[in-house]
Design a protein around this ligand. Structure first.
Ligand code: PMP
Length: 429
């Protein structure tokens, strides 16, 4: 038997990660500390240093870390030995969630969707949406948009824009045709000019699409918001050409842009909606595929998975819906806080013209793009040194992304924005 290596003589608490964890790790490279506890909008590392969080679990923590209104029912549920793992068995916790989701989210918005639990993560919701659209229509082709992000499994990657992520597939990614997202040509080309033309031209070589998949605000793609009229135009085009419309609300849903569903501002009703990230509210894995009832043609077990019944996530999801979506207070405060962030970003755009900055976003999904693409990462690094966590987005990481918890206090928001502005000014020097 080969002798096991002696444990390295080191007191560096981070060395275990570089020694044992795969090279694939990424966020931790920007934040080279070990975090230990987190409450609301603050995370604390093992040395007791506190960081303000403008990252919010990449949109999975819209209600902050360890929110007490969610933690109490979760602890009660665990203490009374509530079912934790349940595949797709009927459970009391799932029934409560489905009832609450119907009463608090769907009914008040006049929406009627069947709920599929496709697996624990966002990409599971996207995969099931693509599969179902193909099954319903008998067509295989998909339309996606430039700079889209839909997840890391093969189907989701095939409709994702980023060439580095696509490269990781190792096989050809096929059956998807990209179309220009809103404002791709800086407003110089009429909306859907190319899309309509290739759909209507029998000589265009476009395969008839089963569905279009779209984000209302592209998160990973650089905080690019589509206008409400563009979204309405897309829904109308899909309707006229009998193409299903899938809205991927994994990152922008659950109130990130203000309303519960990000597409509400356009007054559209997508055929299929993908939800994940903040639906459990507590950072616990959970995803939903919402399906118009007439499209629910799945056979039993045709799409399944071991972790579709994360019952603690159902408990916290139910608590989050009751706490935050029984009235419009959260939506209004998100829109107001979004305006505060926007005002700061616009101030920076005005006072630092040499940086060629642009303020982007909607609600509390905000971003600042830099003319010199390297400066966004430098800003994130400068912010980290000052105790603020934020990530970058966009095809060349050219956008500093501001995504605090929706529940952040006004004081914390102001504090974080001051640090952010200071970080931007520091890279300008
Ligand atoms: N869709 C969108 C719009 C996303 O932002 C993400 C994650 N960033 C995904 C899908 C994939 O979700 P997950 O990482 O949970 O698989």
């Amino acid at each position: 038997m080969p002798k096991l290596a002696e444990p390295a003589e080191t007191h560096d608490p981070l060395s275990i990660f570089s020694e044992r964890e795969s090279q694939v790790r990424s966020y931790c490279r920007s934040w080279p500390v070990a975090f230990d506890t987190a409450v609301g909008s603050r995370m604390t590392d093992i040395d007791g240093k506190s960081y303000l969080d403008f990252f919010a679990g990449a949109g999975a923590l819209n209600y902050g870390h360890n929110n007490p209104a969610l933690k109490a029912p979760l602890l009660d549920y665990l203490a009374r030995d509530g079912v934790v793992h349940g595949l797709d068995m009927h459970t009391a916790a799932k029934a409560e969630f489905l009832r609450t989701f119907t009463d608090v989210v769907l009914a008040p918005r006049g929406l009627d969707y069947k709920v599929q639990f496709p697996g624990p993560t966002g990409t599971n919701a996207v995969e099931s949406a693509l599969k179902l659209a193909r099954k319903v229509t008998g067509k295989e082709a998909m339309i996606n948009f430039t700079n889209a992000f839909h997840g890391m499994t093969l189907g989701s990657l095939s409709v994702t824009g980023n060439s580095m992520k696509r490269g990781g597939a190792g096989i050809p990614l096929v059956h998807a045709t990209p179309m220009p997202y809103d404002n791709y040509f800086d407003g110089t080309v009429p909306d859907f000019l190319w899309f309509e033309r290739v759909l209507e031209d029998a000589g265009s070589s476009l395969n008839e699409p089963a569905a279009v998949i779209v984000e209302t605000v592209q998160g990973e793609g650089g905080i690019n918001p589509a206008r409400a009229e563009w979204l309405r135009g897309l829904a109308d085009l899909c309707n006229r050409h009998k193409i299903l419309l899938i809205v991927d609300d994994v990152q922008m849903g659950c109130g990130r842009t203000g309303p519960f569903f990000s597409f509400e501002i356009a007054g559209i009703q997508p055929d299929i909606v993908c939800i994940s990230k903040s639906i459990s509210g507590y950072g616990l894995p959970m995803a939903l595929t919402l399906i118009k009832p007439e499209l629910d043609v799945w056979g039993p077990g045709e799409h399944n998975g071991t972790f579709r019944g994360n019952n603690p996530a159902f408990v916290t999801a139910t608590a989050a819906l009751r706490e935050y979506w029984s009235d419009d207070r959260l939506e209004r405060s998100t829109l107001a806080k979004g305006e505060t962030v926007d005002a700061t970003l616009r101030g920076l755009v005005e006072t630092l013209p040499a940086l060629e900055l642009a303020a982007k976003g909607r609600g509390l999904a905000r971003g600042l793009s830099f003319g010199d693409h390297t400066l966004a990462d430098k800003t994130a690094a400068a912010a980290f040194e000052r105790g603020l966590l934020l990530e970058t987005a966009g095809p060349e990481s050219e956008v500093a992304k501001i995504m605090p918890a929706l529940t952040i206090t006004d004081g914390e928001l102001d504090e974080g924005l001051e640090i952010f502005a200071d970080a931007v000014r520091s890279v300008a020097r």
